[in-house]
Write a protein that binds this ligand. Structure first.
Ligand SMILES: *[C@@H]1O[C@H](CO)[C@@H](O)[C@H](O)[C@H]1NC(C)=O
Ligand SMILES: *[C@@H]1O[C@H](CO)[C@@H](O)[C@H](O)[C@H]1NC(C)=O
Ligand SMILES: *[C@@H]1O[C@H](CO)[C@@H](O)[C@H](O)[C@H]1NC(C)=O
Ligand SMILES: *[C@@H]1O[C@H](CO)[C@@H](O)[C@H](O)[C@H]1NC(C)=O
Ligand SMILES: *[C@@H]1O[C@H](CO)[C@@H](O)[C@H](O)[C@H]1NC(C)=O
Length: 464
């Protein structure tokens, strides 16, 4: 190699190294009080813009113990940007913990496939813009302020002797006191995601996003009680769509481990387990309750995020997810339609999964009794697992079931289920109607008819 070329090569190598060292703070997982980070490229020099427009700006970074691979960062993240209609510059930031992919120089990289995966966030319903700040105050609180200085969120840890903050190798963001005791941790405040090692305790919920582009909390949530792990759609009362029962134990909690989601009775006696695919060596897995009600497992499989498992198995099939076809939509073999053309029409003809509306507005408690009627739909069923809902009537006739719904202004639908004798069945009243499904008598071993309450049109107004 000619001498000049060699010198140039050495200079380039050194230059790359120097630039690398300048731009790479390597592993910097911890911070001390009286630190402030602004959501700007200048304040958070370790920042990356991804191919889809997403932006990651790291305040703290815990490099994968292997020295490269999926790692945890705490900072400002603007993601799913490319999916928003007419996306301009990314300006909806979450103060969050996200999995980012780092190369062997500890640089966030993989700008095509390694879009940051937000696993915890402080402000999901109130994203902040360029120039927002997060202060780790002298008093030990973590405080997020919007660009105009308004308070958006705080951890509420002022005066609790907080001495440090760090992002751990399991993705838990922890604030500790001088004796290294945990004062606050993100694992205690799950949003829609669990990480391996994280528990869902009583009182905590995973709450799904509203949609892929709207991160506000939707009405779907997963929770643990003394006797069950259940998923609900929030209504008055909540309607359950998934239920895993176990022997009652005060304070039961669910823990996501490598290979399972296990429910324990305190302190640590296993009560029941859902088997999951094991976490690949050196990689990262997470579980997220998504806007469609599914609890999905994702794993970084070099070099992409892959959905690897659907945790909630519903009976008789996936048509039993409460929002699969929108309100009043009917799910049949995963296809959506409206109950009957005379009384219902789609919200959007081109998108049958958006649901349907009664042609004559749905009834409500403001509708006089004489202006209400029931549309009866034999062969239709409802996702609700029958243990929840407005009310249950056992061993009644179909007529008694319909009357019970018409007599209760809060009842918007009645499901009547029966065997061979249509005069003797069970009646379930609901205060709100989500997705319906075509009944599968051979599979569920009962017949089902749905009675949906609508406003009587002038010509059809009569008491049934
Ligand atoms: C909302 O959902 C999107 C896509 O499903 C995900 O990237 C994001 O992390 C979720 N947001 C929050 C706050 O959990
Ligand atoms: C604090 O505790 C964590 C684990 O709980 C441990 O990894 C870390 O080394 C401890 N730090 C100090 C300074 O003792
Ligand atoms: C996001 O969803 C919430 C309800 O879950 C709604 O109130 C809000 O208007 C939505 N935001 C946008 C921008 O669509
Ligand atoms: C998870 O467990 C499997 C064995 O069951 C093991 O091979 C794998 O390395 C573990 N994953 C991690 C990330 O520790
Ligand atoms: C449904 O009803 C019919 C008659 O109405 C009856 O013959 C049949 O056995 C019922 N099916 C089930 C699964 O109960």
């Amino acid at each position: 190699m000619p001498r000049d070329t060699l010198l140039l090569a050495v200079a380039l190598a050194l230059g790359v190294l120097a630039v690398g060292l300048h731009a790479q703070p390597f592993d910097y997982p911890s911070g001390r009080p009286s630190t402030s980070w602004a959501n700007t490229d200048a304040s958070l020099t370790h920042h990356v813009t991804f191919m889809d427009g997403s932006v990651a700006r790291a305040a703290l970074l815990r490099l994968n113990p292997a020295g490269f691979g999926p790692s945890y960062a705490f900072g400002f993240f603007c993601t799913n940007h490319g999916t928003a209609a007419g996306a301009g510059p990314c300006n909806d930031f979450l103060l969050a913990v996200a999995v980012v992919y780092c190369n062997s120089g500890a640089l966030m990289t993989s700008v095509v496939a390694g879009i940051p995966q937000v696993v915890w966030s402080a402000n999901r319903a109130r994203p902040v813009g360029e120039g927002a700040t997060v202060q780790f105050t002298p008093a030990g609180d973590l405080v997020l302020k919007a660009t105009d200085g308004t308070l958006v969120w705080s951890a509420g840890t002022a005066g609790k002797s907080v001495a440090g903050i760090s992002i751990n190798s399991d993705g838990n963001l922890v604030m500790v006191d001088g004796t290294n005791r945990t004062v606050w941790q993100s694992f205690d405040h799950p949003t829609d995601t669990l990480l391996v090692g994280q528990s869902l305790r009583q009182g905590a919920r995973l709450t799904a996003n509203t949609s892929a582009v709207n991160w506000s909390e939707s009405r779907l949530y997963l929770t643990v009680a003394d006797d069950s792990l259940s998923a609900y759609v929030d209504a008055k009362p909540p309607q359950r769509y998934y239920h895993l029962g176990f022997t009652k134990a005060a304070g039961a909690y669910a823990t996501y481990t490598n290979g399972s989601l296990t429910v324990f009775a305190p302190p640590a006696a296993p009560l029941t387990t859902v088997q999951l695919p094991a976490v690949g060596a050196g990689t990262v897995q997470y579980m997220r309750l998504e806007y469609d009600g599914h609890l999905r497992l994702y794993e970084w499989r070099p070099a992409r995020w892959a959905p690897v498992f659907d945790v909630l198995r519903l009976f008789p099939d996936d048509c039993a997810f409460p929002t699969v076809c929108g309100a009043y939509g009917v799910c049949t073999d995963m296809q959506c339609s409206c109950p009957d053309a005379a009384n219902f029409r789609p919200v959007d003809f081109r998108r049958p999964n958006r649901g349907c509306v009664p042609a004559a507005a749905p009834a409500s408690c403001a509708t006089p009794r004489r202006a209400q009627r029931l549309v009866s739909l034999p062969g239709l069923a409802y996702f609700n697992d029958h243990a929840t809902g407005l009310r249950t009537l056992e061993r009644v006739s179909e007529g008694a079931c319909k009357k019970a719904c018409l007599d209760d202004c809060k009842c918007m639908a009645a499901q009547f289920i029966y065997g061979a004798d249509a005069g003797d069945g069970f009646c379930y009243l609901q205060s709100e109607v989500f997705s319906l499904e075509t009944s599968l008598p051979e599979v569920v071993h009962y017949n089902s008819t749905m009675h949906l309450k609508v406003q009587a049109t002038r010509t059809s107004a009569r008491i049934i």
